[in-house]
Design a protein around this ligand. Structure first.
Ligand code: GTP
Ligand code: MG
Length: 156
């Protein structure tokens, strides 16, 4: 089944629009298969938008995406990539149709509240990004410390 990567951008999170956006994908009939509130580090924001590296607005885009927590989601369903792009609407919210997320909830291209993958391949590439940077790396460290302590305790 097809999967897409949807990310509520920092302005969407700050404005309290996460529930509204999730609701639109749920009502359409797609299935939420991954969810993470995430403060995107600069390197991962650059990796996510690497196709736009040469654009003049790239530095602005990176500081926008890293300006606060984002909500990262994986959604599954037939034709979900193209359908999510339709639900989201045009990049410039002033050109997005009423009824779309950007058409209803945003006014500026540089603050357009949500991201959606533009192809199934990009969906697959983008979904892993927030899950790469994982505080569980610390837990693995803690877990190995726990194992060492346990072994030491057992050896006495
Ligand atoms: P995403 O779903 O975020 O990928 O948007 P998109 O696919 O509709 O547009 P695109 O991938 O071309 O651009 C990525 C993001 O860069 C946009 O959503 C905007 O937030 C930002 N962006 C694009 N064009 C401009 C621009 O001309 N000026 C500024 N400030 N930001 C832009
Ligand atoms: Mg894009």
């Amino acid at each position: 089944v097809e999967e897409t990567y949807i990310m509520v951008k920092p302005d969407g999170v700050q404005r309290g629009l996460v529930g509204e956006m999730i609701s639109r994908f749920e009502k359409k009939g797609f299935k939420l298969t991954g969810l993470k509130l995430f403060q995107c580090p600069q390197e991962l924001a650059e990796e996510h938008y690497k196709d736009l590296k040469s654009k003049s607005f790239f530095p602005k885009l990176i500081s926008y995406i890293t300006s606060g927590p984002v909500v990262c989601m994986a959604w599954e369903g037939v034709g979900v990539v193209a359908s999510a792009r339709k639900l989201i609407g045009a990049t410039n919210p002033l050109q997005a149709e009423p009824g779309t997320i950007r058409g209803d909830l945003a006014v500026q291209t540089g603050r357009n509240v949500i991201h959606g993958s533009d192809s199934p391949d990009n969906g697959k590439r983008e979904i892993v990004i927030p899950f790469l940077c994982n505080k569980n790396i610390l837990s693995v460290y803690d877990y190995s410390r726990f194992l060492i302590c346990l072994l030491l305790a057992l050896s006495f």
